[in-house]
Design a protein around this ligand. Structure first.
Ligand code: HXC
Length: 269
């Protein structure tokens, strides 16, 4: 059940956002909420049917939206998608990296190429998108109002805060994402007044990530969670709104954990 947003409807008025993996799951919900708060939305994804359905849905809510096919593992796709976004909407203010690959597998059964595939999507893909987007995002410049610079949000995870069974590849990939977030926050915050942050969702209902954990694991983690419940995609989208808007104008280089305190409970298992 979608809750009403506590934010004003115009906090992102005039802004343009590009979201990788924005056609489904958490990425779609962030697209929708950024759009509901005034932003124009470009979503990038590999599957044209998924993209089209997402764009139709966004447009049915009156949100200006386009879908751009592409794979974050391909630099030429990143460049093309960014160029198309600028061509269509004229600017870029917000980049959300939510494209991710995932499957459960024991480390001894995972091929090095399987490991590399997830690193390529999550870590290298995030860097590639940030790298290619910078020239459009860096409008602020030293000494200007910090809210002028474009901003980046990288979707991460809490898997690597401890260790997570059958997630060696994703844990390593997201650890790199968190490190990328901090390095870019330092360099691009200093040079361009661009803020770079992350969000680390916990178990979120009705997502590809959650369905990869068996129902048993979901229920057992639920019993041990401080808030005894799964998160909603809405919770992640509200965090994204906070970070993308002026509400978060002094937040830079942090990865905001939105998990109801779930990862803390892993420490005592
Ligand atoms: C073992 C697998 C595998 C699987 C792929 N590989 N799937 N190994 N189990 N289920 C291995 C292959 O054997 C191959 O290695 C290598 O990975 C590349 O496989 P391809 O099929 O060629 O890759 P590709 O078609 O590019 O697909 C990559 C993909 C992707 C990562 C499998 O399709 C995918 O994950 N899609 C789902 C996206 C998703 O779930 N997103 C939500 C993420 S949620 P070899 O050696 O054989 O060549 C999230 C949150 C985490 O990230 C927190 C909650 C758990």
């Amino acid at each position: 059940m979608a809750m009403e947003s506590p934010f004003k409807a115009d906090i992102l008025k005039g802004k343009v956002a590009l979201l990788t993996g924005g056609g489904s799951g958490i990425g779609y919900e962030i697209s929708y909420q950024l759009g509901r708060h005034g932003a124009s939305i470009a979503i990038m994804g590999r599957r044209s049917q998924v993209l089209q359905a997402a764009v139709d849905s966004l447009q049915s809510h009156g949100i200006p939206a386009i879908g751009l096919e592409g794979d974050v593992r391909k630099r030429k796709d990143a460049i093309r998608v960014l160029e198309s976004t600028i061509k269509h909407f004229g600017r870029l203010d917000i980049l959300v990296n939510s494209a991710a690959g995932n499957f459960l597998i024991a480390a001894e059964d995972l091929s090095p190429n399987g490991f590399r595939t997830v690193i390529d999507i999550d870590s290298v893909g995030t860097f590639t998108m940030c790298h290619e987007a910078l020239k459009y995002l860096k409008k602020g410049g030293p000494g200007k109002d910090i809210s002028n610079g474009g901003t980046i949000i990288n979707i991460s995870a809490t898997l690597h805060y401890t260790a997570t069974w059958y997630q060696i590849h994703v844990s390593a990939a997201k650890a790199a994402v968190d490190s990328i977030t901090r390095s870019l926050a330092l360099e691009w915050g200093t040079d361009y007044n661009s803020r770079v942050n992350g969000i680390a969702p916990g178990p979120i209902e009705d997502t590809a990530g959650a369905s990869k954990l068996g129902p048993e694991e979901m229920m057992s983690s639920r019993q041990h969670m401080p808030l005894f419940k799964l998160g909603e995609k809405w919770d992640i989208a509200m965090a994204a709104l906070y970070l993308a808007s002026d509400a978060g104008k002094y937040v830079n280089g942090t990865t905001l954990v939105v998990d109801g305190g779930e990862w803390l409970s892993k420490l005592r298992h």
